[in-house]
Design a protein around this ligand. Structure first.
Ligand SMILES: [Fe+2]
Length: 195
C-alpha cells in the first residue's frame, strides 16, 4: 500500500514537472519560502549606508546605465510579430545589460478575434502591465475573463496562459518584462472561458 502511495506521489511529481507552467509554479513556491514576511524600507543616513550589502544584493545583475527615452511619435513601430501592435521600445534592454525590457504598446487596427485571440504564454521571469489609455479584455488561466481599464495594473506570473478577448482602438499599455529577451509560446486554440 505504502509502495503504491509512493509510486503515485512520484508520478504526480513527474507530471508536475512535465510542463513549463508547473516548473514556474514550483520555482515560485520555493522562492516564497525565503522572502521576508514584512516589507522593509528604511530611511537611513549616508553614514549608516553599507555598500557591501548593496553589492551583495546586486551580485549577478548586469551593470545598469542612466537612460531616458523621450516621447517621439515616430518610435511607435510594428513589433515584427503582431501586425495589430505598434510598439515604442523604451531602450531598457541596452541600459540594463539585457535584464529588463520596457515598452509602450498601442493598437494599429481595431480588434479582430481571428487575428488577436490566440492563447499563449510568455517564457518570462516577470511581466507587469499598466493600462495608460483605453481598455483591454483578457482571459487568464485560473482567473477568467477580465476587463482592465485606464489605470489598471497587473502582474502576469511566468508561464500563465492568457488570451486577449477585446480592446478599445485607443488602447495604450506599458509593459515591464524580465528578462529583455523571452519567447512567446502559442498554445492550442480554446473557446472563450475555457483557458
Ligand atoms: Fe501575452
Amino acid at each position: 500500500m505504502a509502495t503504491r502511495a509512493k509510486k503515485a506521489a512520484k508520478s504526480k511529481t513527474k507530471a508536475r514537472k512535465a510542463t513549463p507552467q508547473a516548473a514556474y509554479r514550483l520555482a515560485g513556491e520555493l522562492k516564497a519560502a525565503v522572502l521576508p514576511k514584512k516589507k522593509k524600507h528604511s530611511l537611513i543616513t549616508e553614514a549608516e549606508f553599507d555598500p557591501r550589502k548593496s553589492l551583495a544584493r546586486l551580485a549577478g545583475w548586469p551593470k545598469q546605465k542612466f537612460h531616458i527615452s523621450h516621447l517621439r511619435e515616430k518610435d511607435f513601430r510594428n513589433d515584427g510579430f503582431r501586425g495589430y501592435t505598434l510598439c515604442r521600445d523604451l531602450g531598457f534592454a541596452k541600459a540594463t545589460g539585457g535584464m529588463i525590457q520596457a515598452h509602450v504598446n498601442r493598437r494599429a487596427r481595431p480588434f479582430d478575434a481571428k487575428e488577436v485571440s490566440k492563447p499563449h504564454f510568455h517564457d518570462t521571469l516577470f511581466q507587469m502591465v499598466y493600462v495608460l489609455k483605453g481598455w483591454v479584455r483578457s482571459e487568464f488561466e485560473g482567473q477568467g475573463v477580465l476587463t482592465m481599464r485606464e489605470g489598471a495594473c497587473w502582474i502576469q506570473p511566468p508561464g500563465i496562459k492568457h488570451c486577449v478577448r477585446g480592446y478599445s482602438n485607443d488602447l495604450e499599455i506599458l509593459e515591464i518584462i524580465l528578462p529583455a529577451q523571452y519567447d512567446t509560446v502559442n498554445i492550442a486554440p480554446r473557446a472563450k472561458g475555457k483557458l
